[in-house]
Write a protein that binds this ligand. Structure first.
Ligand code: NAD
Ligand code: UD1
Length: 330
């Protein structure tokens, strides 16, 4: 039985679908801080199977232990966490408490109930401002904001745990920029308020909910001066988790993988791919650089390819098409 924390969230829900489709037994835990319980209905509609759901907070130790008591959990896929970079700068303690304390509670419960396999949602943000591309799993690590610090601290805690107990199997997945949605259009990304990330912002402009996109800087040393990132379809990312789960079943130790496509697209290239895929014009203007941004980020994907047999298959236009198909229907 796999426990998916944060399983009603964006990436967790897509992963839940793929695991059910592989006939795995899953349980979802989420406090619904950033997602809705209807996602469970959508997962059932897509897969024909309704996962067991606990509305539980990782900060609620008793509630958490109850889940381990009631179910024989062999592996945890740990998505639950707060992820808004700007908010983490303004309220670091909220992030340290939720992400780090929440993870400690989870690991203590796992230890108590002898569950020793965990796949953790890390991020390319742990590479800080490293500028040599592509980023390999051995590239230097760094921190640029409190959110990123929580990822790095949790990675370090998990490394210590793997050192302390060689029965543990831990996989750290460092995601690049997930976009897109399941083709059912029933699950996808719908952040509250004004989005920080590029694709949700573009979708709001496309729908007329925001007047225009601010392109943060056009004087970077890139193909057209705008920032380049490695966007990965969330469906591919979900498959990456299934592959990681297949590996964790029969291994121990700690393993780290980048999950990206290895391709970088600039902001202007994303805008034109979106326009082409969806036949919609996106209004934009060039704005100043965003503090903390770097010119170019993309992954070296070889390790995941060789050790997990994972290779992303969707291209940027498909990502833009599926992001919009989800967003236009909500
Ligand atoms: P999301 O906000 O859609 O999903 C996270 C889920 O965790 C939400 O449903 C939220 O309600 C839940 N949650 C948060 N704190 C909780 C707590 N204390 N107890 C129980 N549930 C809690 O985010 P996502 O985009 O699906 O991201 C999933 C994970 O991947 C996060 O850890 C995030 O930091 C990481 N990540 C995301 C991205 C990205 O761009 N989306 C990139 C890199 C890493
Ligand atoms: C952001 C987070 C990072 C997180 C990642 C994936 C910051 C500083 N970093 O990175 O920690 O791991 O998301 O969730 O927030 N852009 C615009 N206009 C916009 C929004 C974005 O031009 O309105 C540009 C950015 O400058 C960047 C690109 O689009 O060049 C992608 O931005 P975004 O989606 O926020 O992702 P990252 O900056 O890679």
């Amino acid at each position: 039985m796999i426990l998916i924390t944060g399983g009603t969230g964006y990436i967790g829900s897509h992963t839940a679908v793929k695991l059910i489709e592989q006939n795995e037994d899953i349980i979802i835990l989420d406090n619904l801080y950033n997602s809705k319980s209807e996602v469970i209905d959508s997962i059932e509609t897509i897969t024909g199977k309704r996962p067991k759901f606990y509305q539980t907070d990782l900060l609620d130790i008793n509630g958490l232990e109850q889940i381990f008591k009631e179910n024989k959990i062999d592996c945890v896929i740990h998505f639950a966490g707060l992820k808004a970079v700007g908010e983490s700068v303004a309220q670091p303690l909220k992030y340290f408490n939720n992400n780090i304390t929440g993870t400690i509670n989870l690991l203590m419960a796992m230890q108590k109930y002898n569950c020793k396999k965990i796949i953790f949602s890390s991020s390319a943000t742990v590479y800080g401002t490293t500028q040599i591309m592509p980023l390999t799993e051995n590239s230097p690590l760094g921190v640029t904001n409190p959110y990123g610090r929580t990822k790095l601290v949790i990675e370090d805690m998990l490394k210590d745990l793997a050192n302390a107990d060689n029965e543990f199997c831990i996989i750290l997945l460092r995601y690049f920029n997930p976009i897109g949605a399941n083709q059912s259009n029933l699950i996808g990304e719908n952040p509250n308020g004004i989005p920080n990330n590029l694709m949700p912002y573009i979708c709001k402009v496309a729908k007329g909910e925001l007047p225009e996109l601010n392109v943060f800087g056009n004087d970077y040393d890139t193909v057209d001066g705008t920032g380049v990132r490695d966007y990965i379809h969330v469906e591919d990312l979900a498959i990456g988790h299934v592959k990681a789960y297949n590996k964790i079943k029969s291994n121990n130790g700690l393993h780290i993988y980048n999950l990206g496509t290895g391709n970088g697209y600039s902001v202007l290239q994303v805008i034109s791919s979106f326009e082409k895929a969806n036949n919609i014009k996106i209004n934009y203007n060039i704005a100043p650089r965003r503090t903390g941004d770097v010119a170019t980020v993309y992954a070296d994907t070889k390790k995941a390819e060789v050790e997990l047999d994972f290779k992303a298959k969707y291209g940027i236009e498909e990502m833009c098409r599926d992001s919009w198909n989800f967003y236009r229907n909500i």
